[in-house]
Design a binder for this molecule. Structure first.
Ligand SMILES: Cc1cc2nc3c(=O)[nH]c(=O)nc-3n(C[C@H](O)[C@H](O)[C@H](O)COP(=O)(O)OP(=O)(O)OC[C@H]3O[C@@H](n4cnc5c(N)ncnc54)[C@H](O)[C@@H]3O)c2cc1C
Length: 406
């Protein structure tokens, strides 16, 4: 096989692509649709590959936003009031000017396919990626045994060498794992203008755990049981926990609701430094380190970073994210919080509840989005337990100084 190969829509080999996007998930599609919106880039020849046909609602994305977002037309439901519960307290947060928005992945994938179908320069191929690399000024991938080249490869797929590096790295590794049910109740019990953001009134014995309840009508809600810890449970354990939660906190017996859909997910919460790019292979999404280490939120970081990459492509610049002080600042905050969660120095319920109790919710949401000023950060720091946060922060500072020296 020659290097300079590509598929057209009939699977015939012709010439190179401008870009190859590996993974038609959140990051791959978010980037592709922005490229197609940009007049200077929309005629580029692009191959997008995924081993999955993306025909299922495999995840539900929630995020907050204070403006009309790129995917606003796909927002399935949104809330302006969020509730937080602990054993002792509860908080009702008016998150204005933000809304907490929900997008169902099936709507996202279907919309992407609809747009892609209108562009003859885009090829979608179901294939398994086994390698990606860069030679001279060209990037290549190996997919289903074929070598395909492009000017740039944008890769959201974690390859084996990345997984191995991650496995052996002595960083903090927590897992955010969760199982949720979309349920329909026989009686109207939900207020669909309010969501439960975090309900910590559940056992914290297996590490930080909380439930979120996202009502989309008076009889329908997504209820997810979430952990931040080191080990995933077996599926039946989540089921039991979900049933108990529904019974105790929503007073729903097994016969009071139907399960419509099930969602299960694992998101890495880690301060591992994912490789941002190797030559002309640009890593994106979770594979590019775009998941917020201390919360697992990724959707909005994907949107912001995709904007940056497309702006650079438009200017014929290398589509890479520059390291800067702002990124270093939030890496430091995230590592500090991860250290506290990893060693269970303070419960997640106390950390998150106090942050929202003692600060404006707008500021905390901006903080969790890496969008606060240093002045706001200092104000937030004055509201946390310094006796716990300070030693962890100093430890992270020393570690990062030593890492840069060695
Ligand atoms: C169930 C779930 C719910 C989530 N909810 C939220 C949320 O509410 N808010 C939020 O901010 N974040 C959320 N996240 C985290 C994050 O936003 C998502 O994981 C997001 O999908 C990450 O985007 P991505 O493109 O990096 O990865 P993905 O969307 O997972 O895309 C990667 C793609 O690569 C494909 N692929 C994998 N291996 C191969 C291979 N070898 N060859 C070919 N194709 C391959 C997969 O099929 C997939 O389509 C959630 C994650 C999960 C798992």
């Amino acid at each position: 096989m020659l290097d300079n190969q590509k598929y057209n829509n009939d699977n015939e080999v012709t010439t190179d692509y401008d870009y190859i996007i590996c993974g038609a998930g959140c990051a791959g599609i978010s980037l592709l649709l922005r490229i197609l919106k940009e007049p200077k880039l929309q005629d580029k020849s692009i191959l997008i590959i995924d081993s999955d046909l993306k025909q299922n609602n495999d995840r539900t994305w929630c995020f907050w936003e204070d403006k009309i977002g790129f995917f606003d037309h796909l927002v399935f439901h949104k809330w302006s009031t969020l509730n937080l519960y602990t054993d002792k307290n509860n908080l009702k947060l008016n998150i204005s000017p933000f809304s907490y928005k929900m997008i169902r992945s099936i709507d996202f994938y279907s919309y992407a396919k609809h747009i892609i179908a209108k562009h003859k320069n885009i090829s979608w191929k179901q294939a398994n990626l086994s390698d990606a690399g860069s030679l001279n000024d060209t990037a290549y991938i190996m997919a289903d045994g074929l070598r395909i080249t492009a000017k740039y490869v944008f890769n959201s797929i974690m390859l084996d060498d990345t997984k191995l590096k991650f496995k052996h790295d002595k960083c903090y590794k927590l897992l955010q794992h969760f199982k949720g049910w979309l349920i329909e109740t026989k009686q109207p019990i939900f207020n669909h203008s309010e969501a439960t953001f975090m309900d910590f009134r559940v056992s914290q014995d297996k590490g930080a755990a909380f439930v979120y309840v996202l009502p989309i009508s008076s009889t329908r809600a997504l209820v997810e049981y979430t952990f931040f810890n080191k080990y995933v449970l077996n599926q039946s354990s989540y089921d039991e926990l979900l049933e108990n939660y529904l019974e105790i906190h929503l007073r729903l017996n097994r016969s009071d609701y139907f399960k419509i859909e099930t969602e299960f997910g694992v998101i890495p919460m880690t301060n591992h430094q994912f490789n941002a790019n190797t030559g002309n292979v640009i890593n994106i999404g979770t594979n590019g380190g775009w998941t917020k280490p201390s919360s697992g939120f990724t959707f909005q970081f994907i949107q912001k970073n995709s904007d940056v990459l497309v702006a650079k492509l438009k200017l014929d610049k290398r589509p890479v994210l520059e390291k800067n002080l702002k990124i270093a600042k939030y890496n430091f905050y995230d590592s500090t919080l991860l250290n506290i969660l990893y060693y269970n120095k303070l419960g997640a319920s106390e950390i998150f509840f106090n942050l929202f109790l003692k600060n404006k919710s707008r500021v905390i949401l901006q903080f969790l989005d890496n969008e606060t000023t240093l002045f706001e950060d200092i104000k937030i720091m004055n509201t946390v337990k310094l006796g716990i946060f300070l030693p962890s922060a100093i430890k992270q500072l020393v570690k990062s100084v030593l890492k840069n020296l060695i």
